[in-house]
Design a protein around this ligand. Sequence first.
Ligand code: AMP
Length: 582
Amino acid sequence: MHHGPLIAILVAGLGLAFVFGALAQRLRISPLVGYLLAGVALGPFTPGFVADQNLANELAEVGVILLMFGVGLHFSLKDLLSVKAIAVPGAIVQIGIATLLGLGLGLALGWSWISGAVFGLALSTASTVVLLRAMQERRMVQTEKGRIAVGWLIVEDIAMVLALVLLPVLAEALNGTPAGAGPGPLATRFDLGIWGVLGLTVAKLFAFLAFMLIVGRRVIPWVLHWVAHTGSRELFRLAVLAVALGVAFISASLFGVSFALGAFFAGMILNESPLSQRAAEETLPLRDAFAVLFFVSVGMLFDPGILLRAPFSLLGTLAIILIGKSLGAWLIVRAFGRSNATALTISASLAQIGEFSFILAGLGVSLAILPPEGRDLILAGAILSILLNPVTFALVDRFAAEAPAKPKPKPGIAETIAVVEKEPEPEPTPDIAPTTLSDHMVVVGYGRVGALLGAGLIARGEKLLVIEERGDAVAAAKRDGAELLLGNAADPAVLAAAGLDRARRLFVAIPQSFEAGQVCEQARRDNPELPIIARAHSDAEVAHLTKCGATLTIMGEAEIARAMLSLCAQAEPPPAQVQPAA
Ligand code: AMP
């Protein structure tokens, strides 16, 4: 049967990414490595099937849009403004440092200064997808570190939008290449000069912001409210997708803003409406699938030959990305009085390059202001830095964990105040500290079911340990006085910290039966005697959970019916407010 290149890349890309990702997971390395290798296998530099690179890039772009939309949903304008004091100078200084280092390497390789500068600029921006994945894995997006990193990313994004617009003009001024040669926007075709183009771009950025804050802020929530009231889940999902993709597209084509930035603002506007949480969940599965395709598309660009052709230049490039940029970011964050742990995390999250670097490199080559070797180095630098990013994070975790144990040099007064003031929120540590409780109750999930149950247990004077992964639910559990384990209970490391061998009872109060089953199975292994009470929503789920080791499984729907029936037995229901017409 005939099939097109789109089907081929979806099947091969997602299929191989799954196989390699699962293998990586088994080998206890980040699944990202698997996705990247799947890309290398599908790319033109390895034998066998070669997928369509352009299609892969476009699919990856959809991933970036959905991801940034999701981040925007968890961000308010207030959050963004609260970090501007550090994110704006931080990103600008870091871009400056990386550009200078790149320029130095370029000059050492015998390139012109403009090639060196473009090269350095391409090395200065971190990949949105890589950064967000790392933050999400560590549940850091909502913490202060996460906010700074995301704010930093937004500033970098804006700087890159400016760079992409200005490069064609600069190239024209330098070597007479017609500005139309690159994918520059319309404006460059008119003879505006460099300041004119810069002014126009900034004006368009502001026009976009104003448009989103005045029109978008009213129209988008209104549309979603309206759709929610139609009661069609399918339509609602469609509306969320249409808003995310539509705003990204419009912002790129009308205002010259990047897709990612457009989607971020679309999400941020929804953050103010109560529907936002639901909207976020609707885009989750699609977002994850497309984010995987992003890594596959990066892997496809990798030419292993560069390792032999230019090993030292590549080492230099990597050193700039991994060491130069990190050191720069670390110094800046420290200079702003943030703790060492925050500075290390932010440096690690920015020690990689991604999508914008490719776009910039491609533009540079097409304008003849970057030698093709520069682009190859950028691509190889990107894939290697993305591969090494989990390692960088692991190192940071170790350093950050060790740091407080060392006797600290006396901090200056200003620094002490800054640390006290700026780090009030407890941040989740990636290592999970095992509980010391015994004879306690464990509740997994503190949502509609778990919270009622937990409050009841505490009222009876029980010792309670809650395992939860969502920020607001965690806060509720804390308020109620429970001890907390932050994370996914289906993750063996999290569950192992719950002291199940000493616990009195385990309540699995989450609605996802596969995860609940995994929790029951492991708990049963940890403690064969433990009474496990699980939540289900269908007979099939009851059977599954029982098989996985639950002692008793309660089906929500059956209990609702029972409660309704018992109401009938006790008293007549309250009179209906609207009398049906005769
Ligand atoms: P509800 O359906 O309202 O009772 O909410 C279920 C709660 O369980 C939510 O707060 C989720 O964040 C939480 N939850 C779902 N799955 C897990 C999991 N695997 N580990 C920890 N918490 C979970």
